[in-house]
Design a protein around this ligand. Structure first.
Ligand code: MRU
Length: 369
């Protein structure tokens, strides 16, 4: 059962990262182990590990695992290789801020330890003179290990608190629509949009969840419907283009989604299709909530139009799920992985620190600065 596992974790003995391969769900529950940078990069790009908070934690554990394997004669050699690895890993996916958030925290920890800022590959010459012996390697390993585990445990606690806060907006009998997977598989354990849902269910509330299948990669069908159903929550799957019809028939009380990046003004980047849900929710007068842990909030980006949107391979739309091509050879394909939902369409942003609404620029700044 999925609930017997975290989405990813550190194998302390083998010093490798273990994770549930999400591309194999819902048919097989496969656990993979990795140690190399190329495998880590590929696991993120291919969405074996996906969901904004999960890729952040995965990057932190990966940087620890890589740090115990980096070779070299001097501390300068080590740092150069560490920077190369973290830059490469961070480039795997651009939209979710959690990836760069985690890589940066790990890097800052190494900077703190070595008392050097690594703004470039041109390092202070003093690092060239420090021999990378076993003792030094051991110290660096311990520092990286502690920080990576802190990020891992933090994700679990943050999702728990976010769930408690989100419970305030859920009522007995609610019929909730969600999009993509902001569930346990997108985090270490509880999910973001699903955390209040799991708590409501555990507390005996009668709730039901409608899951958009989420074209083109079907995270809603393959992952959210799978994990909610395994948890015994009443779950109904729909194609994305059925949401308006469902809302118009009065069967949805609220929408709860996750996010990949929240800009300082409350604009939200999330899985493609979120924007249309928000517009429809406004039209039908249905509250639209975004669940966001601190690691997804980016006060450095002023508004949503500044967020880079990942564009993915056309084959995800034309061939990936089909025995035969489902579109003519050579047709142009529009395949952005995320869209931006304007803050005016969002009823509230639920975080582990509280619920932000109204003037997001001020409320988010006061909560997160
Ligand atoms: O491309 P994915 O599957 O990584 O996209 C994931 C989403 O858009 C999720 O909704 C988002 O990361 C929030 S997860 C808590």
């Amino acid at each position: 059962m999925l609930k017997d596992y975290d989405t990813l974790w550190l194998d302390e003995e083998l010093r490798e990262v273990k994770y549930i391969d999400q591309t194999r769900l819902p048919n097989e529950l496969v656990i993979k182990s990795i140690q190399s940078l190329d495998d880590m990069y590929r696991a993120i790009v291919d969405l074996e590990v996906r969901g904004a908070p999960a890729i952040g934690v995965f990057a932190a554990l990966s940087m620890y695992v890589l740090s115990v394997r980096i070779g070299g004669e001097t501390l300068a050699d080590f740092v150069r290789e560490y920077i190369r690895c973290s830059d490469y890993l961070q480039s795997a996916r651009p939209t979710a801020v959690n990836l760069s958030w985690a890589v940066l925290i790990m890097r800052k920890e190494l900077e703190r330890y070595t008392l050097h800022r690594f703004d470039s590959y041109l390092l202070d010459s003093r690092l060239e003179g420090i021999k990378l012996d076993d003792e030094l390697r051991g110290y660096i390993g311990n520092v990286m290990h502690a920080k990576a585990l802190e990020i891992y445990e933090n994700d679990i606690n943050v999702c728990k608190c976010l769930g408690q806060n989100g419970l305030q907006v859920i009522k007995n009998g609610d019929r909730i629509l969600t999009h993509c997977n902001a569930g346990r598989l997108a985090t270490v354990r509880y999910g973001t949009a699903t955390a209040p849902i799991y708590l409501a269910n555990e507390s005996g509330m009668n709730i039901s969840v409608y899951c958009d299948e989420t074209r083109p990669l079907l995270q809603g069908a393959r992952l959210t419907a799978y994990e909610l159903k395994q948890s015994g929550i009443k779950t109904t799957l729909l194609c994305d283009n059925m949401a308006a019809s469902l809302m118009s028939s009065g069967k949805i009380d609220k929408v709860l989604v996750g996010c990949d990046r929240v800009a300082a003004n409350g604009d939200v980047a999330n899985k493609i299709g979120t924007l249309s849900l928000a517009i429809m929710a406004k039209h039908f007068g249905i509250p639209f909530y975004v669940c966001a842990p601190t690691s997804s909030i980016d006060l450095n980006v002023k508004s949503g139009d500044k967020i880079i949107i990942e564009t993915r391979n056309p084959s995800e739309v034309t061939t990936k799920w089909y025995k035969n091509r489902m579109a003519p050879e050579g047709v142009d394909v529009f395949n952005p992985a995320f869209d931006i939902t304007n803050n005016e369409l969002i009823t509230a942003i639920i975080t582990e620190r509280g619920i932000a609404c109204g003037d997001y620029t001020n409320t988010l700044a006061s909560m997160f600065e």
